[in-house]
Design a protein around this ligand. Structure first.
Ligand SMILES: [Zn+2]
Length: 81
């Protein structure tokens, strides 16, 4: 590996530990639930999930699990609006 890339990997390791540098804006994730697989999407603070619980409550174990995983890397102000 060339010297330039070694430096970039070292920098990447440092960045990866500084979660506040990262701001997810939109993504889609397939979550394997206990019974079925569900698709969660996030778009500028707005969550959706294909499960029936989300349809009636607007929040579910799948979206909350992702909130835990991505803590500090989501647009909190929009998410709480
Ligand atoms: Zn769900």
């Amino acid at each position: 590996m060339d010297y330039g890339m070694i430096g970039k990997i070292e920098k990447a390791k440092r960045y990866a530990e500084e979660r506040e540098r990262f701001h997810f804006t939109s993504f889609s994730v397939d979550v394997e639930g206990e019974n079925n697989q569900h698709t969660v999407t996030y778009d500028h603070g707005v969550w959706t999930c294909t499960c029936s619980f989300f349809a009636s409550r607007g929040r579910c174990s799948h979206t909350i699990a992702l909130e835990f995983i991505l803590k500090g890397m989501l647009d909190e102000e929009v998410a709480e609006a």
